[in-house]
Ligand binder design. Structure first.
Ligand code: SF4
Length: 306
C-alpha cells in the first residue's frame, strides 16, 4: 500500500515538473536557428557536433555560414579539407571538423545523401556517438528517446535525486533516471529533452544555479535539501589554456587560416615566430600533421591539406 502511495507521489511530481518545464520552454527557449523545425536533420546534426565542446551561443555564426556554404552532406563531402578547417574557425577541437566531413562522405556516398533515421544507422556513421545520435533522433526526427548530456544529467540528478551530479562517465543510474522521467508521448519527450537541456545551460548551471528564477524550484529536491555539495565534481578541473598544446596548435592553425584561400602556407621563419618553445612547437606541429589537420612540406613549410 505504502509503495503505491510513493509511486503516485513520484508520478505526480514528474508530471508537475514536465508541465512547468514545458511552459517555461514555450516562452524562454533561445531562438537558435536549428530549432523549431527550421533546418534539415543534417543541419541539426551539424549543430550538435559544433555544440559538443563549444557554447551554443558561440556556435550560431559558424553554423550559419557553414550551412550556407554546405547545406547538405554531399556539399560538405565535396569541399576541400583546407576550406573545412578554415570554416571551423575558432570553434576549437578542430578534429571534429574532419570527422564531420568524414561523416558527410559516408552519408553522401553510401546513404544517397539522406541522414539515417535510426539510432543504429546514426551511430554507425564516423564520429557519431550515443549523445549525437540520440539528439538527432529526438530533435530532428521527433522520436521518443532519452538524450543524456552533462546538462541533462546535472538537472535530473538535482531535481529528482536531490544530489549533485559529479561528472565523469554516464552511469547506469543516470540512464535509468533519464528513462524513468522521459514522457511516454513522443512530442512531449522531445520538448522534455530540449527543455531540461536548456534549463541546465541557462538556469541550473554547474556552479551558480539561479534557483530563484527556476520554473521547477518548488519540486527540486536538491534545493529542498539546501543544495548539498553544490559545484562538486569528480573530474579534475579543466586545464588552463595558456601555455597548453591546445593553445600552440590553435596558433598554428590560425596562422594558416589567416592566409588567402588557395595559398594557405606558412614558411619556417613564420612558424618559429609563433611560439618560443621549439620542442613544444615541433611536437604540436607533428600532432596536427598526424591528425590530418596540416601537411608538412619537404622544405619545412606547412599548409592546410587539399
Ligand atoms: S531549483 Fe536550483 S538546483 Fe533545482 S533545478 Fe532549479 S536551478 Fe537547479
Amino acid at each position: 500500500m505504502g509503495e503505491t502511495v510513493d509511486m503516485t507521489e513520484a508520478d505526480g511530481t514528474r508530471e508537475t515538473v514536465r508541465r512547468h518545464l514545458a511552459a517555461w520552454w514555450e516562452t524562454n527557449a533561445r531562438d537558435l536557428p536549428w530549432r523549431f523545425g527550421r533546418t534539415t536533420p543534417w543541419g541539426v546534426l551539424v549543430s550538435e557536433v559544433m555544440s559538443q565542446q563549444t557554447q551554443m551561443s558561440r556556435v550560431v555564426p559558424y553554423w550559419r555560414s557553414w550551412m550556407a556554404a554546405w547545406p547538405d552532406a554531399a556539399a560538405l563531402a565535396a569541399a576541400s579539407t583546407a576550406e573545412v578547417i578554415t570554416a571551423w574557425g575558432k570553434l576549437g577541437y578542430p578534429r571534429r571538423a574532419l570527422r564531420l566531413q568524414e561523416c558527410a562522405r559516408v552519408v553522401a556516398n553510401e546513404c544517397h545523401d539522406d541522414l539515417p533515421e535510426t539510432y543504429d544507422g546514426l551511430t554507425a556513421l564516423p564520429g557519431i556517438g550515443d549523445y549525437t545520435a540520440s539528439a538527432v533522433m529526438s530533435f530532428a526526427y521527433g522520436k521518443r528517446i532519452a538524450v543524456i548530456d552533462t546538462n541533462i544529467r546535472r538537472v535530473l540528478s538535482r531535481v529528482f535525486d536531490g544530489r549533485e551530479s559529479l561528472g565523469g562517465a554516464t552511469s547506469r543510474a543516470d540512464r535509468e533516471l533519464a528513462q524513468r522521467v522521459l514522457p511516454d508521448d513522443a512530442v512531449r519527450s522531445t520538448v522534455w529533452n530540449q527543455s531540461v537541456m536548456e534549463l541546465g545551460a541557462v538556469v541550473c548551471t554547474a556552479k551558480k544555479p539561479m534557483c530563484e528564477r527556476c520554473p521547477v524550484s518548488a519540486e527540486c529536491r536538491f534545493l529542498a535539501a539546501g543544495r548539498p555539495g553544490l559545484g562538486e565534481r569528480r573530474t579534475r578541473p579543466r586545464q588552463r589554456f595558456q601555455g597548453t598544446d591546445r593553445q600552440v596548435r590553435g596558433l598554428v592553425l590560425n596562422a594558416l587560416r589567416a592566409k588567402p584561400q588557395g595559398s594557405q602556407t606558412i614558411g619556417r621563419e613564420e612558424i618559429r615566430a609563433l611560439w618560443k618553445d621549439r620542442v613544444q612547437l615541433d611536437a604540436c606541429i607533428a600532432s596536427l600533421d598526424e591528425d590530418g589537420l596540416i601537411e608538412m612540406m619537404p622544405d619545412g613549410s606547412l599548409r592546410l591539406p587539399d
